[in-house]
Design a protein around this ligand. Sequence first.
Ligand SMILES: Cc1cc2nc3c(=O)[nH]c(=O)nc-3n(C[C@H](O)[C@H](O)[C@H](O)COP(=O)(O)O)c2cc1C
Length: 413
Amino acid sequence: MSSPAFTPFTLPCGATLPNRLAKAAMEENMSDEGQIPGPNMLRLYQRWAEGGTGLLITGNVMVDGRAMTGPGGIVLEKDSDIAPFKAWAEAAKKNNSQVWMQINHPGRQVYAAMGGDVLSPSNIALDLGKHSHLFGKPRAMTHKNIQQLIQRFADTALKAEQAGFGGIQVHGAHGYLISQFLSPLTNKRNDEFGGAIENRMKLLISIIHAIRAQVSPNFAVAVKINSADFQRGGFDSDDAKTVILALNELDVDLVELSGGSYESPAMQGNAAESSSADGRTLQREAYFLDFAKEIAQVATMPIMTTGGVRRLAIAEDVLANGIDIVGMGTALAMNPSLPNDWKKNDQLIAHNPAVQWKDKTLSSIATMAVIKRQLQRMGKGLEPKVNASPLFSLIRDRLRLKKLTKRYHEFLN
Ligand SMILES: Cc1cc2nc3c(=O)[nH]c(=O)nc-3n(C[C@H](O)[C@H](O)[C@H](O)COP(=O)(O)O)c2cc1C
């Protein structure tokens, strides 16, 4: 079948992706003891590789074990044992797919129960109303902290290359540390890393420079940034364009455009609610497309968007709008063979697990629990269970995370 989604794509670094479909990063919370990938992670990634997705981007891997986005997360530092990461990369490449490691630092988006080191550009805590106490209180980073952080990103990227990953993706979106530097709401610094967007983006630019100085030229270096934070006075699409113009000058292979943060979770589809009646279906399903199209106008590197794609026709629309790669998270959790299945049946629609309870926060946590449950099932060699009970999945998830948080405390000590 000749869909544009199944045409290969060559990146600036020279690597070729077998098709235009990518698995977007999804934090698995499935690490083995020691915050490393184990057999269940290998099975999960092999399952995705066999399903025909051209590019697999891992869930975010932490550059510093003292700062985690969540329990059961993976840590890769300069002195980490590389063997489990080699096995992980190998499993994910079983079908000629490319595998990239997403690397991240959570900054202030750290659960208080996790503990560790909560850093941010300024000491501004997360504002989630009555839920704010669930997050740690950040301290403003010193100049030395910033230099060490830049080096950590470069060290983790180099280790990923040594382990056999074809590239890395720097997570500069969703309200994590780099995104905190980019936003004027969280970055109140008055040194060279704060103030105008040219200063706020200095951390991201320095990280990309440091990574490129350490890895090979044929190793892919990608960035995920928000097209906007969707918060009044926050990082907006003009800021995003300025960042893209600066990234144009560096050897960046792909920019993935997303949106939102913990305070404004647009990456879960909320941005689409403000879309107009005109072309609504497309907007709701590929909900960052309009922002991405506008920002992509200034980009010289390839662009990927992620959010809401479940049908081949929508993936093709994204490509027809000038976007190079279509990212999917949820759809590939519900059906890891979706690309191969589309080759046999181009009308197939991946199951949408969105929970629609009255309480929106609870619905979104339950939806995440249902999705993560599929990852755990595939890790055990089972098929996804698309009609899993949201309530049961939520309770199970909470108990599981509690246990993993306790295990992380032992790792920290
Ligand atoms: C369970 C889960 C975990 C996620 N973890 C990450 C992550 O580690 N890094 C990241 O950049 N995005 C993460 N995301 C966001 C996805 O990459 C994606 O942007 C979002 O789910 C919207 O795309 P979709 O509608 O295809 O799922 C996660 C999403 C889900 C559902």
